[in-house]
Design a protein around this ligand. Structure first.
Ligand code: F6R
Length: 619
C-alpha cells in the first residue's frame, strides 16, 4: 500500500520518479506527488487522483534536478486530497519525505511537535516524520533521520531529500518494503523492483531498522545507531519487458494468458524427470519428515490457493491440514508448535497480517515455509524456508497468475513431501507429473479458445449486464463448487466482486440447502463448477434444485458434457478433460476471464479497482 521511489544521479530526477510511480501504481492510486531538489530549493508537485494526472501537470512544472522522491498513495490517515498527498515538507520547506506504512504513535508525536512550534499542513501520520527530521537536523540528513526514527513506532519505508544536501537521498524501513537499486553514477530507492527495472537489476534489500544513505556514487547502510551494516547485492531475474502490457489492453488479461507459460516454467525449474527439487528451501528433509500437521496461513487469493492446498496435501500426505486467514490466525493463539509445518503464502511477501502470522508461528516453535513471488520480500526472508513461485511481476491488482503458481507449488510440494515421507511411490510421482503436464497443456488449449475477439465468456458477461440494467440492478452471483474445486468457487466470487463491484459469494454446493437456497429466485446468477469428478452427480442435483427455483445458471463443464445442458442451464463454459486432482488449475481460468469481461462490460478500471491496493502492508 503506497509506493515510493527515490532517485539520485546525473539524470533529471522527475522523469525517473514519475516512471517509477507508474510501475508502482498497483500499490495505491488515491493521490500522487513528487519532490525534486532544484538549485533554488525543493519543488513539490502533488495531485489528487492517479499518477497520470500528476504526469500531466508536470509538463508545465519543468522540474530540473538530479535528486528527488515520489509517492503514490493508498489513503490510511486523512482523506485522499492534495494536502494529504506526499511528499510532505518541513516547516522551512528544506526537507521532503515520502512514506509507506503507518506511524502508530503519531498523535502523541504530533501534539508535542505542535507545542514546539511546528506547523502541520495535513492530516497524515507521515507528516510527523518530516518535522522530527527537521527538529534534529544539524547539518547531516542521515543523523537527523536516524534520530527521528528512534522515536517513531509503526511501519515505514521512507525516502528523504533535503535542499541543504542536494546530492543525497536517505531511505529507511521497518516492516514496509524498500529496495535500493544500484546504478552507474546513479542510485535508486523503490517499494518494489519493477519501479527501477528499466535502469538497474542490481539491488540491495534493506532490513528492518536499516537506513541507507545514497549519493550518485556511494551506498552506505547503517542501523539506527549509525553502525555500518555490510550488505549483499542481489540480481533481479525479472526484466522490464515483463512489467509491460505487451499489446494486451490490461495487465490482468496479460497475466491470465501468461499462466500456461508460468506453470511450464515452474515445472521446468523444479522437475528432473519426476524428482521435485526446491533448491532454496532451507528446511532439512529430516525436519520435513517429522511434522504431524500442516497449517496454511494467507490472505485473499493466496488463502484460496492455500485452501486448495489443504485438499492437495491431505489427499496425498494423509496428514491433517488446516487453513486460516492470516488476520484470524495471528490473534487467536493458534495451536502450532514443533510438530507443525506452517506454510505461509503471499504473492508480494509483504502482507502485514501474513507476516505477523509467520512471526506468531515462529514464536510458538513451528517451522515456517513461505511460498512467495517477490524475491527478497519480508516474508521470504523471515521464514525458515522459502519456495519462490517465479511467476514474474504481477501488476494487476486482481491476482491471477500468482494464484495458479501458488497452487502449482503446492502440487509439487505434495509430491516432494509424499516421496520424502514414503507415502508416494516413484511410479505414482511419475504419474502425477504426467497429469500435471497434461493440465498445463489443457490450460493452453483452453486459453486458445478465448484468443478470438468474440468469445462465449465475453457474451455471457454482456448478457448479465443487460439483465442487470433491465431488472433495476437486481442481479447478484453465487459461485458453487465442491471438494477440491470449492476454493475455486470462493476465488471466482472474489475476482468478480473486486473488479466488477457486483455482489458475489462462494459456497460449497452441499451447503445450499442449509440456508443460501433461500436466496434463489430469478435474481441470482449461479456459477456452478460441474466438471467431471467424484462429486459430479451431486453437483448436477444441486443445479437441478436451483433451476427448479428459477435461478439462472452458468455451468462450467468438461468438454462434451450434454447431461448438464439437459438440466436447462442457461449458459455453458466447457473446459478440456483433465485429471480431477489437477482440475483447480484449469477451472479457475474461465472464472478469471468471466470477472475480467464483466468489469470490461461495465467499463470499470480493471487493473486498479477502487479502494484496493496490491500489497497490503497495513493491518
Ligand atoms: C485478490 C488479491 C488479494 C491478495 C491478498 C494477499 O485478487 O490480490 O486478495 O491475494 O491481498 O496478497 P499477497 O498474496 O501479496 O499476500
Amino acid at each position: 500500500m503506497c509506493g515510493i521511489v527515490g532517485y539520485v544521479g546525473d539524470k533529471e530526477a522527475a522523469g525517473i520518479l514519475i516512471d517509477g510511480l507508474k510501475r508502482l501504481e498497483y500499490r495505491g492510486y488515491d493521490s500522487a506527488g513528487l519532490a525534486v531538489v532544484q538549485p533554488k530549493g525543493i519543488k513539490v508537485v502533488k495531485k489528487r487522483g492517479k499518477v497520470g494526472i500528476l504526469d500531466e501537470s508536470l509538463k508545465k512544472a519543468k522540474l530540473k534536478g538530479g535528486t528527488g522522491c515520489s509517492h503514490t498513495r493508498w489513503a490510511t490517515h486523512g482523506i485522499p486530497s492534495k494536502e494529504n498527498a506526499h511528499p510532505h515538507l518541513s516547516c522551512d520547506g528544506k526537507i521532503a519525505v515520502v512514506h509507506n506504512g503507518i506511524i502508530e504513535n503519531f498523535h502523541a508525536l504530533r501534539d508535542s511537535l505542535i507545542k514546539e512550534g511546528h506547523k502541520f499542513r495535513s492530516q497524515t501520520d507521515t507528516e510527523v516524520i518530516v518535522h522530527l527530521i527537521e527538529k534534529f537536523y544539524r547539518g547531516d540528513l542521515g543523523i537527523a533521520t536516524r534520530r527521528a526514527l528512534k522515536l517513531v513506532r509503526g511501519a515505514y519505508a521512507i525516502a528523504v531529500v533535503s535542499s541543504n544536501e542536494p546530492g543525497r537521498l536517505i531511505g529507511a524501513r521497518c516492516d514496509s518494503p524498500l529496495v535500493v537499486g544500484i546504478g552507474k553514477g546513479e542510485n535508486f530507492l523503490a517499494s518494489d523492483a519493477p519501479a527501477i527495472l528499466a535502469y538497474t537489476k542490481k539491488v540491495i534489500y534493506l532490513g528492518n531498522f536499516e537506513i541507507v544513505s545514497l549519493t550518485k556514487d556511494s551506498v552506505k547502510v547503517t542501523d539506527l545507531s549509525g553502525k555500518e551494516i555490510p550488505k549483499e547485492t542481489s540480481r533481479i531475474t525479472w526484466d522490464a519487458e515483463q512489467a509491460k502490457k505487451s499489446g494486451y489492453p490490461h495487465f490482468m488479461l496479460k497475466e491470465i494468458f501468461e499462466q500456461p507459460q508460468v506453470l511450464r516454467g515452474i515445472l521446468d525449474e523444479r522437475l528432473k524427470k519426476a524428482r521435485v527439487s526446491f533448491q532454496e528451501l532451507k528446511i532439512s528433509g529430516a525436519e520435513l519428515k517429522k511434522f504431524k500437521q500442516i497449517a496454511i496461513v494467507a490472505c485473499g487469493t493466496a488463502y484460496h490457493a492455500g485452501f486448495t492446498g489443504k485438499y492437495i496435501l491431505e489427499e496425498k500426505l494423509r496428514v491433517p491440514v488446516w487453513v486460516d486467514t492470516s488476520s484470524e490466525f495471528r490473534y487467536r493463539g493458534p495451536i502450532v508448535g514443533k510438530s507443525t509445518l506452517v506454510i505461509v503464502i503471499s504473492q508480494s511477501g509483504e502482507t502485514a497480517d501474513t507476516l505477523a502470522g509467520l512471526r506468531e508461528a515462529k514464536a510458538r516453535g513451528a517451522k515456517v515455509l513461505a511460498i512467495c513471488n517477490v524475491l527478497g520480500s519480508s516474508i521470504a526472508r523471515e521464514a525458515d524456508g522459502v519456495i519462490y513461485t517465479h511467476a514474474g511481476p504481477e501488476i494487476a491488482v486482481a491476482s491471477t497468475k500468482a494464484y495458479t503458481a501458488q497452487m502449482a507449488i503446492l502440487y509439487l510440494l505434495a509430491i516432494y513431501l509424499g516421496k520424502l515421507r514414503n507415502v508416494i511411490s516413484s511410479k505414482d510421482a511419475e504419474k502425477l507429473v504426467v497429469q500435471f503436464k497434461e493440465t498445463v497443456a489443457a490450460m493452453r488449449l483452453l486459453l486458445g479458445r478465448y484468443k478470438k475477439k468474440r468469445n462465449t465468456i465475453a457474451t455471457y458477461a454482456k448478457a448479465f449486464r443487460s439483465y442487470y440494467l433491465k431488472h433495476k440492478e437486481k442481479g447478484f452471483f453465487l459461485y458453487l463448487g465442491r471438494n477440491i474445486n470449492y476454493p475455486n468457487a470462493l476465488e471466482g466470487a472474489l475476482k468478480l466482486k473486486e473488479i466488477s463491484y457486483i455482489s458475489a459469494e462462494g459456497y460449497p454446493a452441499g451447503e445450499m440447502k442449509h440456508g443460501p437456497i433461500a436466496l434463489i429466485d430469478e435474481n441470482p446468477w449461479v456459477v456452478a463448477i460441474a466438471t467431471r469428478s467424484r462429486v459430479y452427480e451431486k453437483m448436477v442435483s444441486n443445479i437441478e434444485e436451483i433451476k427448479a427455483r428459477g435461478g439462472i445458471v452458468i455451468a462450467i463443464v468438461t468438454d462434451g458434457d450434454k447431461e448438464i445442458e439437459r438440466q436447462g442451464v442457461n449458459y455453458v463454459i466447457e473446459v478440456p478433460v483433465v485429471e480431477e486432482f489437477f482440475s483447480p488449475l484449469l477451472v479457475v481460468v474461465p472464472l478469471q476471464l468471466f470477472a475480467y469481461y464483466m468489469a470490461r462490460e461495465f467499463g470499470y478500471d480493471i487493473d486498479q479497482p477502487r479502494n484496493l491496493a496490491k500489497s497490503v502492508t497495513v493491518e
